[in-house]
Design a protein around this ligand. Structure first.
Ligand SMILES: *Cc1c(COP(=O)(O)O)cnc(C)c1O
Length: 366
């Protein structure tokens, strides 16, 4: 049996008629940037996230960077970023001119450890970039109370968590502003690069809307040195179609995750821990194994494709040598990067494939 890590086809085949129609209507209008489709999607996505405003951007990285700039983060500021995340969370801080300060995750949940936050806060700390990694909400209750105590802003990196719920609320509505990616592989994916930020703060929304459109409110009148980072009409039309089935897609992922959580019982494999009051959306089903390379090879020989998120933690990336961190500084992040394996998970995965995957993992031995 062949099980790819991900397969976009089942969902795309199902949505093809509506997506074709949506794209055709954009082509007929011949209006490609800052048009009605973009605004329609922004309205719907803000509503979905229970936020007042949404501003479409060219990518998730841009959305996070513009979010930081919109709330006034810049040179001389420090922003706390989890040590276990995709590099974009840190790059957004760097591109805003600020310095990312890394903090350890919890081994069990892979997300920011609230107990380690205080030790990283200095007079320069202006914000915490909370990442809902792998689709699981971070411990917002504890993080929010620390942020409020120190008067620090919260940016949510929701790039892997569209629709995830914590204490009855969707992620994206906890922080001052949140960034989303619609990279094709994300739970809500476009047909190319795309992203958006959401906020309920009118003044942050106004700044972000100016920043993402060349710093201009009125065409050719530039209030600031902005960016060219808009959500184009074709991507927005695709995203509107796909947003309508996002809850359904997330539900299917949850059913697959539930089976894996209930049926994988190999003592060599550590399953992910779901925190209280959270409904994850399982962007990544991340297990840990001390024999990760053997497990990966073994599954590959059975036709099962896996991935690693992420093989090199941020503090050991060449690109971030300038931060001055060294091996041993973040032992938990290092342990995750040395032992984590991401199992296949996608809409349209058949019961037979799921059973085959679970059986293969349960049969693994060293
Ligand atoms: C994908 C991702 C991003 C960046 O999104 P792009 O659309 O690729 O720029 C940021 N943060 C996390 C956690 C991501 O997974």
């Amino acid at each position: 049996m062949n099980i790819p890590y991900a397969d976009f086809k089942p969902l795309e085949n199902e949505l093809r008629p509506s997506i074709n129609e949506a794209i055709q209507s954009v082509l007929q209008r011949s209006w490609y940037i800052n048009g009605p489709e973009g605004h329609r999607f922004e309205e719907k996505f803000a509503q979905y996230c229970a936020a007042k405003y949404c501003i479409g951007c060219g990518s998730g990285l841009d959305a996070l960077m513009i979010a930081l700039k919109a709330i006034g983060i810049g040179p001389g500021d420090e922003v706390i970023v989890p040590a276990n995340t995709f590099i974009a969370s840190a790059l957004a801080v760097s591109y805003a001119g600020a310095t990312p300060i890394l903090v350890e995750p919890l081994l069990e949940t892979y997300n920011l450890d609230p107990a380690k936050l205080k030790g990283a806060i200095t007079p320069k700390t202006k914000a915490i970039m909370v990442v809902h990694l792998y689709g699981q909400p971070a411990e917002m209750k504890d993080i929010t109370s620390i942020a409020q105590h120190y008067g620090i802003a919260i940016i949510e990196d929701c790039a892997q968590a569209h629709g995830a719920i914590y204490q009855g609320k969707r992620v994206g509505s906890f922080g001052d502003v949140a960034g989303f990616s619609f990279y094709p592989g994300k739970n809500l994916g476009a047909f190319g690069d795309a992203g958006a930020l959401v906020t309920s703060n009118e003044s942050f929304a106004r700044s972000a809307r100016i920043l993402h459109n060349y710093g201009a409110q009125v065409k050719y009148h530039h209030d600031m040195q902005g960016y060219n980072s808009r959500l184009d009409e074709i991507q927005a039309s695709v995203l509107s179609c796909k947003l309508a089935s996002l809850d359904n897609v997330n539900e299917k992922r949850r059913l697959i995750a539930d089976r894996m959580l209930n049926e994988i019982n190999n003592p060599l494999i550590t399953l992910p821990t779901v925190i209280e009051s959270a409904t994850p959306v399982w962007h990544i089903f991340a297990v840990r194994c001390d024999y990760r390379e053997q497990l990966k090879e073994y599954l590959s020989n059975k036709g099962i494709e896996t991935n690693m998120h992420y093989p090199v933690p941020i503090h050991l990336q060449k690109a971030y040598r300038s931060l001055g961190y060294k091996r041993g500084d973040f032992p938990i992040a290092e342990k995750i990067s040395a032992t984590e394996l991401s199992l296949p998970m996608y809409y349209g995965m058949t019961d037979e494939q799921i059973s085959f995957l679970i059986q293969a993992i349960n049969d693994f031995e060293v």
